[in-house]
Write a protein that binds this ligand. Structure first.
Ligand code: DON
Length: 304
């Protein structure tokens, strides 16, 4: 029998002795104080059994991982109409790349690059009464945890320095692909990115994607077809210009954030969350990717 705890312990032992832990993001000033030696993993099997190692209970900024949750909410609210406003193709470019957006007339390549997530934020604002509060409640409901919150300092810090996101939003607005004012859309977007979770909460939040759309309490939150489609976008676009590398090394749908979190899943089997704040030069957690490569290699569990 596979001993998952043993596997996580091995990965942890490898990670803590690694000298090059990557570089903590500093372009959002509030994130640069995080200690790069943090490392945690939480694994939740579809049966409900859980395992963890290291700092699995320490909260961190989920950043771009939130883009999967905002996509799921928008998809459940408006259905396939969504795809009139953005595409589902890998971009092969960094998460904050702008040139392609202009060339492709304001239609973002996918919902996980910043411009795509900004369009999703706009769709949510148009469809919700109290957008930030309703989104937070959606995430709390998916996770079955009312303690989840925004870190307002992180949201403000990104607002002060988010010039590239302002450029993306203005470009989208100029192509008539934003219904709401740029300021409102970015205020929502900076807050969604500033949600904090620990690895345990992250695995719970993503359980529905591994469980045919049913959340941790086994309530339907997405159709199984929507869950399948979101997993496909995670596989092809979840790591920007490193999506091919992640599929090659790890072989699971997943999503990263510049806070150093990565969540990945095997449909009908498990969700695994890793946090290691040091990033590689593509903006993905360096040791997080290595940890997941070791996990799928040691357990022989991937989609391939
Ligand atoms: O918009 C940004 O730049 C950040 N709020 C999120 C970027 C991010 O997490 C990219 N992921 N690896």
């Amino acid at each position: 029998m596979l001993d998952y705890q043993e596997v996580l312990n091995t990965i942890y032992a490898n990670a803590i002795q690694e000298k090059n832990k990557g570089i903590v993001a500093s372009y959002i000033p509030e994130l640069k104080h995080i200690d790069a030696s943090n490392f945690g993993i939480h694994l939740r099997l579809i049966t409900g059994k859980t395992y963890n190692v290291g700092q699995a209970e320490t909260h961190f900024s989920i950043q771009s991982i939130s883009k999967v949750l905002s996509l799921a909410y928008a998809f459940s609210l408006v259905g396939n109409k969504l795809w009139q406003r953005l595409d589902v193709e890998p971009s092969g470019n960094p998460f904050n790349h702008l040139a392609l957006l202009e060339l492709e007339h304001g239609i973002p390549r996918n919902p996980f690059i910043n411009s795509g997530a900004i369009v999703i934020a706009d769709i949510l604002i148009s469809n919700l009464k109290n957008p930030k509060e309703d989104f937070l409640n959606y995430v709390r409901d998916l996770t079955n945890d009312t303690s989840i919150n925004f870190n307002k300092k992180v949201a403000q810090s990104e607002k002060n320095t988010g010039f590239t996101n302002y450029a993306a939003a203005n470009l989208l607005k100029s192509f008539n692909n934003l219904e709401n004012p740029v300021e409102d859309v970015l205020d929502f977007y900076f807050h969604q990115c500033a949600i904090e979770m620990n690895c345990t909460q992250l695995s719970n939040a993503f359980f529905a994607f591994a469980n045919q759309g049913k959340c941790v309490l086994n309530k339907t939150r997405l159709t199984s077809s929507q869950a399948k489609r979101i997993n496909a976008i995670m596989l092809t676009c979840g790591f920007y210009d490193e999506a091919g590398e992640f599929a090659f090394e790890v072989g699971l749908p997943g999503k990263s954030g510049v806070g150093g979190g990565i969540v990945a899943l095997l449909p009908n089997e498990f969700v695994i969350s890793v946090w290691s704040p040091g990033l590689n030069d593509k903006g993905n957690s360096k040791l997080g990717m290595q940890a997941l490569e070791q996990f799928t290699t040691l357990t022989k569990r991937s989609i391939f």
